[in-house]
Design a protein around this ligand. Sequence first.
Ligand SMILES: Cc1ncc(C[n+]2csc(CCOP(=O)(O)OP(=O)(O)O)c2C)c(N)n1
Ligand SMILES: [Mg+2]
Length: 363
Amino acid sequence: MPNKQVAKFSVSYLQVLDKNGKVDTKLDPKLDDKTLLEMLRWMRLTRELDERMLKLQRQGRLGTFPPNTGQEAISIPIAMAMQKNDWFAGAFRELGGRLVRGEPLANTLYYYNGWEEGNILPSDDLRLLPISVVIGCQITHAAGLAYAAKYKGEDAAAVAFIGDGGTSEGDFHEGLNFAAVWKAPAVFVVQNNQWAISIPRAHQTPSATIAQKAIAYGMPGIQVDGNDPLAVHVAISEALERARNGEGPTLIEAVTYRLMMHTTADDPTKYRGKEEEEAAWLLEPLIRFDKYLRAKGIWDDAKEEKLAAELKAEVEKTIKEFEARDDFKMDAPFDHVYGTEHDEINEQHQEYLENVKLEGGNG
Ligand SMILES: Cc1ncc(C[n+]2csc(CCOP(=O)(O)OP(=O)(O)O)c2C)c(N)n1
Ligand SMILES: [Mg+2]
């Protein structure tokens, strides 16, 4: 009876910028100054908007939302590396990537006030799927979109995002398997922020890494420092190149930390300690990126002050725009389920309007 090893695997971890902003010169993707400063601007804008949203929510001026603070180094470099034709299928913690993709800042405020208008994009060709609160479905959507792109001979890839908790959903495994079998041009990004509401990463899966789940589906998997925008840039660029070369999907596990509450309806002090949070704050991406750019000689206090003022004004303007609107339609979702008329939706729409009338609402 043979008893032999039939396969052997390993999982790599990539970090280009360490926590002090020191770059590994051998791994440095050598992005030009303009791209680096653009990346910084998106990261800072996202942080500014996130912080203001938390204040608005606490003042009763915005509904419940999931903060993004600390996770800017994942979706932003990814969206910047994508082509216009690629599909962006996010979960609900990719605010920065959505902004890079062309979603107006005000949309996120409309969305988290429960207005469907937040899902309406300025043009039909952004290839940006709506926020997916239903955990996991964006993975199968992306697998299908990637397969369709390949079938149609389009030069397009699909990038999907999910959390560490989402990897326990069936859709995650079905989507990865389908994409790998069909060599679909997809990239699956797990934002492993160590928590799924109050469930810690260790209780989510006994696997040593989430990246290794790729091995089971026959695709490359890599773990990267998700607080390092340069490592994320390298990983997504390689994955997109493989996708475009017909070599199929990749799984990227971006290791980060959810610095804030799960959503504004959650209180993390009930289930995790202060020391853990304090240690995580020292590793967050903006600190190290700022140090890196200063050491490179392309960032200083004067530039910092100017940018901070600009971003504050931009977010302030967005809030004014958001709070000035009162023309939201309660039945707007019915207009946007499909791009064309649909009998069943029309019927449901009528029924909804009649119910609203019966209940004395204003439709
Ligand atoms: C199918 C489904 N099940 C449960 C939920 C409730 N829920 C919302 S967020 C969440 C945890 C998500 O954790 P993770 O995937 O790690 O993402 P994170 O919130 O950390 O970004 C759960 C269970 C949901 N929205 N959808
Ligand atoms: Mg999580």
